[in-house]
Design a protein around this ligand. Structure first.
Ligand SMILES: [Zn+2]
Length: 322
């Protein structure tokens, strides 16, 4: 009995320390901007997504992130021509090409700067859709303003905990219309230099396992999840394997391109995708989210990643898809 009481006391202490690091008020502030009606659901190619980009860039600047090597700002521009992805400098040769950009920043590693760990989410959503009552804005508070909020707050976290490996923070565009942003991003660095990718998608609500939990897609494909969980020993947080394998989420999110190249690239989520009535609706609003739970998840991701960003753990490569 005494041992049990001691254990509970220590676990409480761990969560109390964590709560101070990622404040729920910051989660609320950032999600509220990204999911505001004024951003009109962040549809790709709309003024709303441009507002989202400007906000993410300002947050990256505040966090002290550097642009990627060889460029001077956070915008990673490219263009699409139909289903093709083309470099922004050749867009002029493709009639109807449209220019897009990811928002990407980094913290250079103190010891192994040429090895990269990626934290990512997507900042687009589906924009204006068929109206329900007076509302026609698909705000995408969970999908994926919650993931971008995590990316921003992880940038702030790792500024305070300087990493040994370089850490890249990426907000992808055009996920909802074909994953164009992550597909372009994933080809800009040699896959061999990328140690791991933490893609974060829909962490706004409790997972089917309850508070203080999330699941990892493709858990069984590398030892990424096992490493993360080991780093959380002593806390009450738990990462589970994806409970919805029939949904093929592993290949439906922005981790897919790098995973196909063998990178241990996984998506962390809490979505109850099989029964979430708000998914891709006008009701995916800030008011439906649990800010403290999101803050706890972000904190858990930061702590669970520590041995990887510090170069002590290197997750096994994923078998490339044939
Ligand atoms: Zn999404």
């Amino acid at each position: 009995m005494k041992l049990y009481v001691l254990g509970a006391c220590c676990m409480l202490a761990v969560s109390a320390t964590k709560a101070q690091t990622v404040p729920a008020a910051e989660v609320s502030r950032i999600i509220s901007v990204l999911a505001a009606d004024s951003l009109e659901g962040r549809g790709t190619y709309t003024p709303g997504i441009e507002k989202a980009s400007l906000f993410i860039e300002s947050e990256f600047r505040k966090a002290g992130l550097s642009p990627l090597p060889g460029v001077t700002d956070y915008r990673q521009a490219f263009a699409t021509a139909g289903r093709r992805i083309i470099p922004a400098d050749s867009a002029a040769f493709f009639p109807g090409a449209r220019t897009l950009h990811n928002v990407v920043g980094m913290i250079r590693g103190t010891g192994r700067p040429d090895e990269y760990v990626i934290f990512s989410g997507h900042y687009d959503h589906i924009g204006i859709i068929e109206s329900k009552g007076e509302d026609s804005i698909a705000n995408g508070a969970d999908d994926d303003a919650s993931g971008i909020t995590a990316v921003i707050l992880l940038a702030n976290y790792f500024r305070e905990h300087p990493p040994v490996r370089s850490v890249i923070f990426a907000a992808f565009t055009a996920e909802e219309i074909g994953g164009f942003g992550s597909r372009y991003f994933s080809r800009q660095l040699p896959a061999d230099s990328i140690v791991a990718m933490f893609n974060i998608e829909m962490i706004g609500k409790e997972s089917k396992f309850g508070r203080n939990s999330a699941f990892i897609t493709g858990f069984e494909r590398s030892d990424f999840g096992t490493i993360l969980q080991r780093n959380l020993e002593g806390s009450t947080f738990h990462f589970y394997p994806d409970p919805y394998p029939e949904q093929r989420l592993f290949y439906r999110s922005d981790n897919a391109t790098l995973a196909r190249l063998g990178v241990p690239a996984h998506t962390i989520s809490t979505t109850q995708i099989d029964k979430d009535q708000l998914y891709h609706s006008v009701d995916d609003e800030v008011e439906t989210l649990d800010m403290q739970n999101i803050a706890d998840i972000i904190q858990a991701i930061a702590v669970s990643a520590q041995s990887i960003v510090d170069g002590k753990d290197t997750p096994a490569r994923i078998a490339p898809e044939r």
